[in-house]
Design a protein around this ligand. Structure first.
Ligand SMILES: Nc1nc(=O)c2c([nH]1)NC[C@@H]1CN(c3ccc(C(=O)N[C@@H](CCC(=O)O)C(=O)O)cc3)C=[N+]21
Length: 293
């Protein structure tokens, strides 16, 4: 069993990004600039956005955070998105999800200029991804691809079983793993809450991507010996054992699955850290006009 070390890989890639950000500053006279919009004060969202901002500073990006109260109207939020779209000094814009119920996340996502959509959530970027055209890949799937690449894991011809069909992880991940690309070239099964005999499906997998959102959902009896296990879960539980007051659990029963796997991502210290790298790489690509010119 080998640990896919998100800490190590993300730090290494961040050094490369920092070099490229410094070169961009030298050439363009400004830093790559990421803007985040955060609505309300969901505990998870607070931590992730804070981490994104902190990592921007670390690699020499400018970052700005716009906060809104939960009571903000959809129109007010859309106005802010349009204002940032029009600002030539901004390269990337993300609106942290989830949003309060009275705001349609689809409307907000589609209001973001696809050229600044460094989350890769806009239907234009999604469509371009499906067609294997240059685009911003969604940060978490992108981070997973970078992790597989970092460890030279060859996925061609393998059977990949994705568990969970969310717009931000499971669905795009299933498309990326099936594409004619490396990593990719897998035979993909996308499973979800209505899948029958889920255990039998997952047992077929050479590569498992677990993105369900339930602690310890993937147990050792579901895993073929030698499988590559990618755990996207970030389930928080209150704990007085940690400084932060909470403990993170993945979707995989790590303790029992790890000995059966060939490679496995830990939580924390795995996919979450790579997600941030995906976002930083998209923001740099936007500043350098690599995707849309
Ligand atoms: N518009 C939007 N874009 C996102 O990219 C987005 C989002 N909304 N909503 C929620 C998910 C979740 N997400 C994570 C980012 C970093 C960690 C991360 O850094 N995790 C650390 C630990 C963090 C901790 O200690 O809480 C780790 O796994 O080691 C996790 C999860 C981005 N998301």
């Amino acid at each position: 069993m080998n640990i896919l070390d998100g800490k190590h890989v993300s730090e290494k890639i961040k050094l490369e990004i920092a070099d490229q950000a410094a070169a961009f500053l030298h050439d363009a006279g400004r830093k790559p600039h990421l803007v985040a919009i955060l609505v309300g004060n969901d505990g998870g969202s607070e931590t992730y956005v804070a981490s994104k901002m902190k990592n921007c500073e670390k690699v020499g990006f400018q970052s700005s955070l716009y906060r809104f109260d939960t009571t903000v109207s959809e129109n007010e939020l859309l106005d802010k998105v349009r204002e940032i779209n029009a600002d030539p000094g901004v390269d990337g814009l993300i609106v942290q999800l989830p949003l309060p119920k009275h705001i349609d996340p689809e409307k907000v996502t589609e209001a973001i200029d696809p050229k600044k959509d460094v989350d890769g959530f806009h239907p234009i970027n999604l469509g371009r991804m499906v067609r294997n055209l240059p685009c911003y890949l969604p940060a978490t799937p992108y981070g997973i691809l970078l992790m597989l690449q970092a460890y030279n894991i060859d996925t061609a011809g393998k059977h990949c079983v994705v568990v969970g069909r969310s717009n931000i992880v499971g669905m795009p991940m299933s498309i990326l793993m099936a594409r004619n690309a490396n990593p990719g070239n897998c035979t993909v099964t996308l499973t979800h809450s209505k899948t029958r005999d889920l255990k039998e499906q997952v047992l077929q997998a050479d590569v498992i991507v677990a993105a369900i959102g339930k602690k310890n959902f993937i147990t050792a009896d579901m895993v073929k010996p030698g499988a590559v296990v990618i755990d996207v879960g970030i389930n928080r539980e209150v704990s007085d054992q940690t400084k932060s007051g909470y403990k993170l659990y993945g979707d995989v029963d790590f303790e029992n699955v790890a000995p059966k796997s060939s490679y496995i991502t830990p939580v924390p210290g795995g996919v979450g850290l790579m997600t941030i790298v995906g976002l930083l790489k998209n923001t740099l690509a936007s500043a350098r006009k690599e995707i849309y010119g």
